[in-house]
Design a protein around this ligand. Structure first.
Ligand SMILES: C[S@@+](CC[C@H](N)C(=O)[O-])C[C@H]1O[C@@H](n2cnc3c(N)ncnc32)[C@H](O)[C@@H]1O
Length: 209
């Protein structure tokens, strides 16, 4: 029997339904591995990754209402049953709603740099976030970061390098990225067109929780 096309309700995970750690198999209806993208924007990376890897489950976290809806609607139009979108603060989601050792890969592409000093507290990366991210990753799981913002990268990289449970390496361009791209997100395309330098790294979890 043919499957019904997905509706937006199949893709969106209402933030107010969260009470405690999320049950991934229940959310996706299967036991496949889970990857999480923080700050999906319009969802270009998420959609391409989910199309290329139907046996991987993807959760996109985006707090901007406009982008979160846009990305979710793209997933619906592509009929991607392996995508869920949630609108919430990713810091809170990773710390409070992600079961330990349950995420294979964390994708963080062009995180908001909040360049003004008085706004630095809004940045995603701090030692608490790194600790929560490490806890969420499965052993051998990976965290990928790509940014155009050198000053922020010069904070992110030492934070990751200073964590004994992580091993840093060069970031390899994603399979779904276009020629000359690292990940193929909308922000990356904009910044490459402006000739900006892109900074990136991968951190792999090397020990248990
Ligand atoms: C600079 S944009 C990059 C979007 C996309 N990754 C790209 O490369 O095109 C950063 C995105 O992260 C989202 N964001 C920033 N902090 C967040 C947080 N703590 N939780 C969820 N989303 C967040 C913003 O709303 C924004 O859409």
């Amino acid at each position: 029997m043919a499957q019904e096309p997905l509706t937006i309700e199949d893709i969106i995970l209402p933030a107010d339904c969260l009470d405690g750690p999320i049950d991934w198999p229940r959310l996706f209806g299967n036991d496949n591995g889970v990857e999480v993208e923080i700050g999906t924007g319009k969802g270009t990376f998420l959609i391409n990754a989910a199309r290329a890897n139907p046996r991987i489950n993807y959760l996109g976290i985006e707090w901007a209402n406009k982008y979160y809806k846009y990305a979710a609607d793209r997933a619906r139009r592509w009929d991607l049953a392996n995508i869920r979108m949630i609108r919430c603060d990713a810091k809170d989601f990773i710390a409070r709603h992600t079961p330990p050792q349950s995420v294979q890969t964390l994708h963080i592409y062009f995180p908001d740099p909040w360049p003004k000093k008085r706004h630095h507290k809004r940045r995603l990366f701090d030692s608490n976030f790194v600790a929560a991210a490490v806890k969420a990753l499965v052993p051998d799981g990976q965290l990928h970061v790509v940014t155009d913002h050198k000053e922020y990268f010069d904070i992110i990289e030492p934070l990751l390098a200073g964590c004994v449970q992580l091993q840093l390496s060069d970031f390899k361009p994603c399979d779904t990225a276009g020629l000359g791209e690292w990940v193929g997100t909308n922000f990356e395309r904009k910044y490459l067109a402006q000739g900006r330098t892109i900074y990136s790294c991968t951190a792999r979890k090397i020990t248990g929780p």
